[in-house]
Design a protein around this ligand. Structure first.
Ligand code: AHR
Length: 613
């Protein structure tokens, strides 16, 4: 029984209550939201990014091709370039299965080159079946210069290859192929289907760029003085200006990040989707397993100054130093920054708080209206969490960022988590949460939990599921909200829940109470985009059908595990003809069909529950 009291006034719910947390994890940026189709376009991949990388990763050479790091380079921040001999060529394999092009669409090629007069660069776009567009020829001569050409795809393919051949010795850098059809048609823009899926959520805020990405690695900048640091924390100044002058970096999640998608592009995206921008800056304490505090006072002061400069970049007039850089990049109007996160999951609460206070003092002095978000450490329970919260309360911080990834059961059992939070203490930014799985029951448990967030909207003021994006071929973290490869993207069941809440955010809570637990019985039926869950312990069989009733896959759990793949947290095996989860603690298991073409269907799943359960 649900009892509603329409005359009582519950907490007001802000327009920014539900948002998204974007981190460059699972190749969310390069090969993902950033629309560039060439992988390792500036030949900067290195073993510092990933043990298997070389400067020619994703390239194959025919003839004389050598990556050089010498005074002949394009500029100081773009250290490597390719030296290509006469009659030689290089071919790029793109991301996933290759370069994706669609028939009839335009693709902008560009390259920076240094060559003798009379050099011709021949650029081809093809796959194993032949050309994908008319061959382009570019006449190059003299010192470093940018050359461009446009392709119109004559066929659709997601296995394309982009090749550049030269008639005479040439130096090449920043070899790029961009779809003309980006999100809102912007240059250096975003992949349309992914950006539109995020836009469709109607998020109230965009937290970026991480996560562990922000508060790990060296806090040094990218300069000769620092020895051209390869594993440095994410620092916003590295990521703005002309793309060929943005240094690349080793991404915490084990790959190279180009910073082609940088702070300007994040602010622009937040504005385009009507979301409040919420950047996170490093706090000079490293978390995420690194757990060190930097005692270099000059370095701390430099990061604090960088944060002040960030506010000026976002909000300053075009006559200010950093506001001028924003205007030069194409956005004279301020972006309207109001919130900044300092640090992420800091495991050393005392060291963190000491530094946070210095950030706060400097920012309050110049920008008293900016809300600074502190954090509560890596976990939602235990001594570190309690100490962090105590310090945050004592310091009277505005808002504390909490994170947790727990089982669906936990989410169901903790609907009342915030009922007992101090109404007069710091507000909560639930910056990262997810139940462990992308199955329907996970989405349902998150939805149930979100009703508890909403009921406590006077305390919980911002909340975002995490992570947002995952390229299916480069997964470091699962589950995720939106999945993609080089040519398609699909939202999870969890995505649908987020969309439902974000598109229907109320103005005010109407107090209600419920008694009795609704019973769950009969077959579980639902439309899913990606996957479903079923275990032999609980189900007799599972059947996956298309929207028009065609059976695509059915299983009575009597064998043949090869038809399924499993990405749950527990061990998974077939024993005595039945699917068995050997790790009973892992109550959530995600099972997906092995045939990659299956997700192009509008799928329906029906699983028959074992009698008596
Ligand atoms: O969302 C993935 C990671 O989870 C984030 O980088 C980090 O903040 C958390 O541990």
């Amino acid at each position: 029984t649900i009892t509603v009291d329409p005359s009582a006034r519950g907490a007001a719910i802000g327009d920014t209550m539900y948002g998204v947390f974007y981190e460059d994890i699972n190749r969310a940026a390069d090969g993902g939201l950033y629309a560039e189709l060439v992988q390792n376009r500036s030949f900067e991949y290195s073993t510092a990014d990933h043990a298997s990388y070389t400067p020619l990763t994703s390239w194959t050479a025919d003839g004389a091709a050598e990556v050089r790091d010498d005074a002949g380079r394009l500029n100081e921040r773009n250290r490597n370039y390719l030296s290509l001999g006469a009659g030689s060529s290089v071919t790029n394999a793109g991301y996933n299965t290759g370069v994706h092009v669609e028939k009839g669409k335009k693709y902008d090629f560009s390259v920076w080159a240094r060559a003798e007069r009379g050099t011709t660069l021949t650029v081809t776009l093809e796959d194993a079946a032949g050309p994908l567009a008319k061959v382009r020829e570019v006449a190059a001569e003299g010192a470093w210069r940018k050359y461009t050409a446009t392709f119109t795809a004559t066929r659709t393919s997601n296995r394309g290859r982009l090749a550049v051949a030269t008639t005479a010795p040439a130096a090449l850098d920043m070899v790029s192929l961009f779809p003309r059809d980006t999100y809102k048609g912007q240059s250096n823009g975003l992949r349309k289907d992914l950006a539109e899926k995020i836009e469709a959520l109607r998020p109230g805020f965009l937290r970026f760029p991480g996560g562990c990405l922000v508060n790990t690695g060296s806090m040094e900048d990218y300069s000769e003085a620092s020895g051209w640091q390869r594993e440095r924390s994410y620092q916003w100044k590295d990521t703005i200006g002309p793309v060929e002058e943005r240094a690349t970096n080793a991404n915490f999640w084990g790959y190279n990040q180009s910073y082609g998608l940088g702070y300007y592009e994040y602010f622009r995206f937040a504005e385009d989707i009507g979301a409040m921008p919420l950047p996170v800056v490093p706090a000079l304490v490293t978390g995420c397993g690194q757990n060190k505090a930097t005692d270099d006072d000059a370095l701390l002061k430099r990061h604090i100054q960088d944060t002040l400069d960030l506010i000026e970049f976002a909000n300053g007039p075009r006559t200010s130093e950093w506001g001028a850089k924003r205007a030069e990049m194409g956005h004279p109007k301020p972006f309207g920054l109001t919130h900044i996160g300092v640090g992420n999951e800091e495991n050393l609460p005392r060291e963190f708080m000491a530094r946070f206070k210095e950030f706060r003092a400097a920012i309050e002095a110049e920008y008293p209206d900016i809300t600074l978000v502190s954090n509560s450490g890596p976990d939602d329970s235990g001594a570190t969490f309690d100490t962090a919260w105590q310090l945050n309360r004592e310091a009277g911080v505005d808002m504390v960022d909490e994170h947790y990834y727990n089982s669906p059961q936990w989410f169901l059992q903790n609907n009342d988590r915030y009922d007992s939070y101090d109404r007069n203490g710091p507000k909560v930014f639930l910056g990262e949460y997810a139940s462990q799985g992308n199955a329907w029951k996970n989405a349902l448990s998150e939805a149930a939990f979100m009703t508890g967030l909403e009921r406590n909207a006077d305390v919980v003021q911002l909340a975002s599921y995490a992570p947002l994006l995952a390229n299916e071929d480069y997964v470091q973290w699962s589950p995720d909200m939106i999945w993609f490869n080089n040519h398609a993207s699909w939202g999870s069941a969890n995505y649908e829940v987020q969309k439902l809440f974000m598109n229907n955010t109320g103005d005010r809570v109407v107090p209600s109470t419920a008694t009795g637990t609704p019973a769950v019985s009969g077959p579980i039926t639902g439309a899913v985009g990606l996957s479903t869950w079923a275990t032999s312990a609980a189900y007799d069989d599972v059947r996956v059908t298309s929207a028009d009733g065609e059976t695509l896959l059915s299983d009575d759990f009597s064998g043949d595990a090869s038809r399924w793949t499993h990405t749950g947290t527990g061990a998974w095996s077939v024993q005595d003809g039945a699917y068995v989860q050997t790790d009973t603690a892992a109550e959530n298991t995600m099972v997906t069909a092995g045939d990659p073409s299956w997700k192009d269907y509008d799928l329906h799943v029906e699983a028959t529950k074992k009698s008596g359960k």
